[in-house]
Unconditional design. Structure first.
Lengths: 366, 134
């Protein structure tokens, strides 16, 4: 076919990735680094030292004004109204049918200001979704193209970031957010991440991204920091059992079966609340479970088999470099979702034994 | 070690063959392992299996994805490398050494001539020829 590839966007750090020898791939409309040195080495660096991620492709929505709190609380499944300024929370954008439009983190960045970080692939869709509910008492601004996001994650992240700012980032609680200056650049710093490690996400204007990236790599060099690509980002998040939108959750899945019921505050009004409450009351027909596969790597789309019948499918799968096992997330009928249940994953036509296990696959020592 | 040793023959799909009499040892090239990234799983046929040239010989899985290995020559499997099944990272660290995969009894030595010379393989992967190149 002679269809032309759509033009890919580049983050402000594109040149840096190329200079570092990254393998660049198309991802959510951007040219992104999938790996630099190698997925396993990068994964290990984050678990043992620190890693730096360019997440500038992600979307940033700002809600301001008198009605901001009520609007975001209605859009998002979790307790947004209960956030104090300086706090953040994970939650879901759901539709009236109770399925998942996106998973987001909402940061209360001021008395009447909220920052919502959305998945890069969903920016357009989420914006349309938000605009359907937007009233005159909220100013909505999609800052995605103007905002760069750099994450520093790992046990040494706090030490490295501390050396680059006067803000006492070590004192910032988990899911705390603060206006700050990092390496002389205005920044919003949050203690959030997607790796299962301690760490921070740093939001800056595009033209400050270079300074932050270079400065943190330099300051972290003696502490073992490495640039981390999307490949290791995926293995890290899967070990920590964080959902990946488009793989584990989408508009055909509901929060209850996806194991995200804990993000749904059912005693408040939010879009999709009634549908989700009904599913919860009835009990979901299927559930997402963690699998350990004995003798093969399960991948997205592989079938799950029980007693010779296809009963579900794998949504994410990889070899977990820290847990040293082949791990996966899969939807299975509720009756097969108990920890310890034996199933199989059909890999290249062969049914490979797998066991339902407790998740997360990896939890860091406190 | 050269990334394309001079004493081997190569397939376009990035397997190498070392022929010793009628026994051929088969693995994947340095270039292939680099493209794959960290290898975490290797699936190989058992001893006694007959394989045909350019048909599927097995699978290597990296963290990222699965890739087929193709038999560069026809023959009967004499041995599969148990070490590489137990320690798949050998494919990355020693692709021409302990990371070998299969030994076969060559069915037709003439097939070796259909494979690429080191020089042809180098240009196949876009590597500039070193000393001795044209």
């Amino acid at each position: 076919m002679a269809t032309e590839a759509p033009t890919l966007r580049r983050t402000p750090l594109y040149e840096r990735h190329v200079a570092l020898g990254a393998k660049m791939v198309p991802f959510a409309g951007y040219e992104m680094p999938i790996q630099y040195e190698g997925i396993v080495a990068e994964h290990r660096a984050v678990r043992s030292h620190a890693g730096l991620f360019d997440l500038s492709h992600m979307g940033e929505f700002i809600f301001q004004g008198r009605g901001a709190k009520a609007l975001v609380d209605r859009l998002v499944s979790s307790d947004i109204a209960g956030l104090e300024a300086g706090q953040a929370r994970y939650g879901l954008l759901t539709n009236e049918g109770g399925t998942i439009v996106d998973d987001v983190i909402v940061y209360r960045t001021g008395d009447s200001e909220y920052l919502m970080v959305v998945n890069a692939a969903n920016i357009e869709k989420d914006r349309r979704h938000v605009l359907r509910y937007l009233g005159a008492d909220v100013a909505f601004d999609d800052r995605s193209l103007a905002t760069a996001l750099v994450a520093i994650q790992g046990p040494r992240a706090a030490t490295i970031l501390e050396s680059a700012t006067t803000t006492s980032v070590r004192e910032l609680p988990a899911f705390g957010v603060v206006g700050s200056e990092v390496l002389g650049k205005g920044a919003t710093v949050a203690r959030t991440g997607y790796t299962g490690e301690d760490g921070f996400e740093i939001f800056v204007a595009n033209d400050a991204a270079d300074r932050i990236w270079e400065g943190l790599l330099e300051r972290g060099a003696s502490l073992g920091i490495k640039p981390i690509g999307l490949g290791a980002r995926d293995t890290l998040r899967l070990e920590a059992r964080f959902s990946l939108y488009g793989n584990d959750i989408d508009e055909t899945t509901n929060p209850i079966e996806a194991g995200l019921g804990w993000t749904c505050k059912l005693d408040k009004a939010f879009i999709g609340r009634d549908a989700i409450a009904a599913i919860k009351a009835e009990g979901p027909k299927r559930r997402i479970v963690g699998l350990v596969i004995d003798g093969g790597v399960a991948r997205h789309g592989h079938e799950v088999v029980s007693a010779g019948e296809v009963v579900g499918h794998v949504t994410s799968g990889t070899f977990g470099p820290t847990v040293q096992k082949n791990i996966a997330l899969a939807y299975v009928p509720t009756r097969l979702s108990k920890v310890g249940t034996a199933v199989a994953v059909r890999i290249r036509g062969k049914d490979v034994p797998a066991t339902v296990v407790k998740t997360p696959f990896f939890r860091r020592a406190e | 070690m050269s990334s394309v040793p001079d004493d081997l023959r190569y397939s376009k799909e990035h397997e190498w063959v070392r022929a010793d009499g009628d026994v051929a040892t088969i693995g994947i090239t340095h270039f292939a392992q680099e493209q794959l990234g960290d290898v975490v799983f290797v699936e190989l046929p058992e001893k006694g299996t007959a394989v045909r040239q350019f048909s599927s010989l097995g699978v290597v899985e990296s963290v990222k994805a699965a890739s087929d290995i193709y038999a560069p020559v026809s023959g009967e499997i004499l041995e599969r490398n148990v070490k590489v099944i137990e320690k798949p990272e050998l494919v990355n660290t020693e692709p021409y050494g302990d990371g070998w995969m299969i030994k076969v009894r060559l069915a037709n030595e003439g097939e070796l001539a259909q494979l690429l010379s080191p020089q042809d393989y180098r240009s196949h992967i876009g590597e500039t020829a070193g000393a001795g190149g044209d």
